[in-house]
Design a protein around this ligand. Structure first.
Ligand SMILES: NC(=O)C1=CN([C@@H]2O[C@H](COP(=O)(O)OP(=O)(O)OC[C@H]3O[C@@H](n4cnc5c(N)ncnc54)[C@H](OP(=O)(O)O)[C@@H]3O)[C@@H](O)[C@H]2O)[C@@H](O)CC1
Ligand SMILES: Nc1ncnc2c1ncn2[C@@H]1O[C@H](COP(=O)(O)OP(=O)(O)O)[C@@H](O)[C@H]1O
Ligand SMILES: [K+]
Length: 507
């Protein structure tokens, strides 16, 4: 198993508060000092991004996020920039460090005025210091209006800690959220910044750890890890010099019903390009010649049903079940045969018996109860996109996206094994680990991308990686290859464009 403890931790709002408290009470760093450091780090980022702002407008709320904003305004004012603070909400509610920050800014001559409709001037840089990790529930009308106004201003926008209106825990928009060009986040990275609506709201994310003691971090370990492809690759030993194809694993890809022959071809080719020793494709007879013409290294077989498939599965390491599988009676037979063939219990799984990667219509058949397949089971990796996840949990896509962390955990609890919830900020869960990959880009919103991913994960399983490691490395590799292939343009990216960069990344 890979060691995930060295990956970057992602934190919830409650954990961040606990960390702040620990740093203040045990670390002896006053809250006001942390606030001043946060403001200084954000100011530095602002000047890096927008070196000569004609003006700075800071929209402040009544909590400590607003306090960060007041101190940033104070720094800008001292440096001679024209600054205005627009105060949202009743200033009488401001207390503690935030109140001291406001008083300092006022005493130094920063212009502070109540936020009003149309108050924002159309020049300079806007700073969002309205709501941070203290946001609870849907945003109230006054804050909603300020968020809409900030987004409509058409100005460069820097969010402090978290774009206002974004839920730090889930990455869901709570009514309305600021769409920032950059976010300066403080102390630790928050989990909601990297999945769901988070990436679209944050722009570039910059973490300023502001000197929180190591002991405070150690006392509050993160429950989610953000994956770094290269540190995973570094944990995967190189092939031994005398390796032969039998050492590199056998994969069978199962699918390609009428009209979907390309899906099975993509999965087979991806498995080969990611290093599987031998790859067979079990598909409709009529797809065999096209598959062999494009990819002669694959062993393509036409199968009429479960009885033809079973012998092909006898001596394999990983089965990718679902690319273009369809939902016909042929599909159901293949689905059942593959599920029956794979080992079903924990012991066999740990003994590196065959593992199933279930995707696409394999997941739809599972959700529909096809073949009476029983679960939970440990010998599979399920790779649903949010629509498939909704079917598997009997809910709708919006509910999945509203809390992707909860959704992936619920899927894993019900179905067992390893679950990958795809989409921006893909999540991977085996019941003990909760991992996030933020590689990938909107160029991947095109047919066939998921088929490639199932081939990749199957190839990594076949080469001996544990299911969680194969899923984690596979998802990162797939997304990073798409980032490399997209280059300057995302439109028109094809799933097959990922094959060459994946190979390069694997080294
Ligand atoms: N020492 C530290 O701790 C450090 C903290 N730091 C900073 O503090 C931030 C956390 O500060 P926080 O906890 O004060 O909360 P914050 O995000 O300002 O929100 C509270 C405000 O929001 C309001 N509000 C809440 N829900 C609402 C809703 N649904 N709709 C509308 N309004 C709503 C709530 O209003 P109330 O309900 O009280 O009327 C209150 O005014 C953190 O993100 C970081 O930036 C850094 O300086 C580093 C050191
Ligand atoms: N905007 C995006 N950002 C990052 N990754 C994306 C984005 N859109 C799609 N992807 C990735 O592309 C793949 C699409 O898979 P899927 O929806 O199953 O495609 P298909 O069914 O067409 O094969 C997933 O791995 C998903 O995470
Ligand atoms: K904010």
């Amino acid at each position: 198993m890979f060691d995930y403890s060295t990956q970057q931790g992602l934190y919830s709002a409650a954990q961040t508060r606990a960390l702040d408290r620990h740093a203040i009470e045990k670390g002896g760093i006053a809250g006001g000092i942390l606030m001043a450091r946060a403001a200084a780090a954000a100011w530095e980022l602002l000047l890096q991004r927008w070196p000569e702002p004609r003006r700075i407008q800071v929209v402040c709320g009544t909590g400590n996020n607003g306090g960060d904003g007041y101190l940033l305004a104070d720094i800008a004012h001292k440096r001679g920039f024209p600054v205005t603070v627009w105060q949202v909400g009743d200033a009488g509610r401001i207390a503690g460090d935030a109140l001291r920050a406001r008083e300092q800014a006022l005493a130094n001559g920063v212009v502070v005025a109540p936020f009003a409709r149309d108050c924002l001037a159309a020049e300079g840089v806007l700073v969002d210091a309205l709501l941070g990790t203290g946001l609870g529930g849907e945003v109230r009308p006054a804050q909603y209006e300020a968020i809409v106004a900030m987004n409509a201003a058409g100005l460069p926008l820097l969010a402090l800690d978290i774009p206002s209106g974004l839920c730090a825990d889930s990455g869901r928009v709570l009514g309305a959220a600021v769409k920032a060009d950059a976010t300066a986040t403080f102390i630790v990275a928050k989990r909601g910044l990297y999945t769901g609506a988070g990436p679209a709201c944050c722009g570039d994310i910059h973490l300023a750890t502001i000197g929180v003691p190591r002991a405070s971090l150690a006392a509050n370990p993160a429950a989610v890890q953000r994956l770094d492809l290269y540190s995973l690759l570094a944990q995967w030993p190189a092939r031994k010099p005398d390796a032969h194809k039998g050492d590199c694993g056998r994969v069978v890809v199962v699918g390609g019903d009428d009209g979907m022959g390309g899906a099975i071809l993509l999965a087979a080719e991806a498995a080969l390009r990611c290093g599987a020793g031998l790859v067979s494709a079990a598909t409709r007879e009529r797809h065999v010649s096209a598959l062999l013409a494009r990819c002669p290294e694959a062993m393509a077989r036409g199968v009429r049903g479960g009885q033809d498939l079973a012998p092909m599965l006898a001596a394999v390491d990983a089965i990718a079940l679902g690319p273009g599988l369809g939902q016909s009676s042929w599909s159901e037979q293949l689905f059942q045969a593959a599920c029956d063939q794979a080992a079903c219990d924990q012991a066999a799984c740990e003994a590196q018996d065959k593992t199933l990667v279930v995707d696409a219509d394999g997941l739809n058949l599972l959700a529909g109860g096809a073949g009476g397949v029983r679960f939970p089971r440990q010998d599979w990796v399920l790779t649903p996109h949010p629509g498939e996840a909704a079917r598997l949990l009997g809910t709708d896509t919006a509910a999945i996206q509203a809390d992707r962390f909860a959704a992936v955990q619920a899927l894993q609890a019900r179905y067992g094994g390893v679950v990958v919830l795809k989409g921006k900020g893909s999540l991977i869960c085996d019941g003990r680990h909760l991992l996030l990959s933020d590689y990938g880009n909107p160029g991947m919103a095109s047919g066939g991308m998921g088929d490639v991913l199932s081939g990749v994960i199957a190839a990594l399983l076949a080469q001996g990686l544990a299911p969680l490691d194969a899923a984690a490395l596979g998802v990162c590799l797939h997304g990073a290859a798409a980032d490399s292939a997209a280059g300057a343009g995302q439109r028109g990216l094809l799933a097959s464009d990922l094959l060459a960069p994946m190979r390069e990344l694997l080294g």
